[in-house]
Design a protein. Structure first.
Length: 444
């Protein structure tokens, strides 16, 4: 079926859409039919500039032939094979290639790779690895995880337990966790460029929670080095260093959730590299395969891996895995993606654009409804005042307006979040910002 033809638009009844107000959407749908480079085309033939790299995942831009070819080749050669007690070469090859660009460089030794099918699975996998590791080294009382208010770590039961967004938490039961405060502080940090200056003291929350629960009960602490889904919350200067020091002091593993910061978003291969702070586990997905085939990966340190390998011979060291762990077709997409990243220097390209991006975004300061602008690498946030005290309304209107005019942005609460493909050109940065400026005027 050619869905780019408007006459072929299907009925919308059956697909129960994720994270969507289904009734509202189906009354006024937005349907994307094709994509190339920086642009989508919707079912009506309108061009839409992609300001969000899909959902923070299409880092190399859309419609990459190299990925398509690799996927097709792999599908014809080996479509699927199990990775439980057997394997296939391409998953090992992909893991080896990932090991060479692992977060923190060679010295960090974060090069043991566990494959998953998504960011949520990567998070749950990392939490399980942390708890299993503590047990394996004789620290079996450590089962609690510390997360953060406003943290987003996907939608698995582990992820919602350590996450801190109320709508993800209120309906479902959770595993033992506790939460540090978030670091968003518009009062003191409004319109900071890059990392905020104020709020380092919030890292001491970790020490407070350690004292509250007892270090011998805590397996790990998980943070997004830069949180995205809550509306782009940046760590204050020195914050991650302090979290690392406290976790180390108490034998608590540190997990960086790099599902959105991994693969070049901040102008370095990983946020781990950007901040120069080395965790014990790093979760990834999204940019791992340029979003083309679902896949996630957890990078584990050799210390963690070896700790788990030291059990009795013939035992399964980590009783965990997915049917699609190391899926051959996803691995093929991933290898092709890494080749593109290397050839086009995409893992560091954002560094050269960050200044232009920052100045363009901050030009929106002064608009009556803009209360904050935040940026890091090729990530941006424009926080708006809610209309008539109703959270999210104005931002949602901007989102709808921008889409009609041909720009895809992402809205979370009162925040417009931006994360364009890393292939973006300077003129497109200007276009994104001027289109948002115009939309802000229209919805005022
Ligand atoms: N962790 C973080 C930091 C994320 O931003 C996301 C998704 N936006 C996830 C985990 C979950 O990933 P997925 O939707 O692939 O399960």
């Amino acid at each position: 079926m050619d869905y780019t033809k408007q006459s072929n638009t299907p009925t919308l009844e059956n697909f129960w859409m994720p994270f969507t107000a289904n009734r509202q959407f189906k009354a006024a749908p937005r349907l994307l039919a094709s994509a190339s480079g920086m642009y989508y085309t919707d079912v009506d033939g309108n061009t839409v500039l992609d300001g969000t790299a899909g959902l923070w995942c299409v880092n190399a831009g859309h419609g990459r032939k190299r990925i398509a070819d690799a996927v097709e080749r792999q599908l014809r050669t080996l479509d699927f094979a199990p990775t439980f007690q057997m394997g296939h070469p391409i998953a090992f090859d992909f893991a080896e290639k990932l090991g060479r660009i692992a977060p923190g460089g060679a010295a960090a030794e974060l090069d043991r790779v566990f494959f998953t099918g998504s960011g949520s699975e990567s998070v749950d996998t990392a939490l399980k690895i942390a708890i299993a590791y503590q047990r394996a080294i004789g620290q079996g009382t450590r089962s609690r995880i510390i997360g953060r208010e406003k943290g987003y770590h996907g939608v698995g039961f582990g992820g919602i337990s350590v996450g801190g967004l109320v709508n993800n938490r209120r309906v479902f039961p959770q595993i033992p966790a506790d939460h540090m405060r978030h670091t968003l502080d518009i009062e003191r940090n409004a319109f900071s460029k890059g990392l905020p200056a104020h709020g380092l003291e919030l890292a001491e929350d970790l020490e407070r929670l350690v004292q509250l629960h007892g270090p011998e009960t805590i397996a790990a602490v998980i943070v997004e080095p830069m949180s995205g889904s809550a509306g782009v919350i940046l760590p204050p200067k020195g914050y991650l260093e302090r979290i690392r020091a406290i976790s180390q002091k108490y034998g608590i593993l540190l997990i960086f959730d790099e599902v959105i910061t991994g693969f070049g978003r901040l102008g370095t291969p990983f946020a781990t590299d950007y901040f120069g702070v080395v965790p014990d586990l790093v979760t990834t997905a999204k940019g791992l395969t340029n979003g083309a085939i679902p896949m996630g990966a957890v990078f584990a340190s050799r210390k963690v891996y070896d700790g788990l390998m030291n059990g009795p011979e013939n035992a399964i060291e980590l009783f965990h895995g997915y049917t699609y762990s190391g899926h051959p077709v996803a691995s093929a997409a991933g290898i092709a993606t890494l080749e593109i990243y290397a050839e086009e220097n995409l893992l560091t390209r954002a560094a050269g654009l960050a200044e232009t991006w920052q100045e363009a975004l901050h030009s929106l300061k002064g608009h009556p409804h803009v209360v904050d602008v935040r940026n890091l690498g090729l990530v941006g946030a424009i926080e708006l005042s809610p209309r008539d005290g109703a959270p999210g309304t104005r931002a949602y209107d901007v989102f709808v307006d921008c889409f009609k005019k041909g720009l895809l942005i992402r809205v979370t609460g009162d925040v417009i979040a931006l994360s364009p493909p890393l292939i973006i050109e300077k003129e497109q940065i200007e276009t994104i910002v001027s289109m948002i400026g115009d939309a802000l005027k229209r919805v005022a």
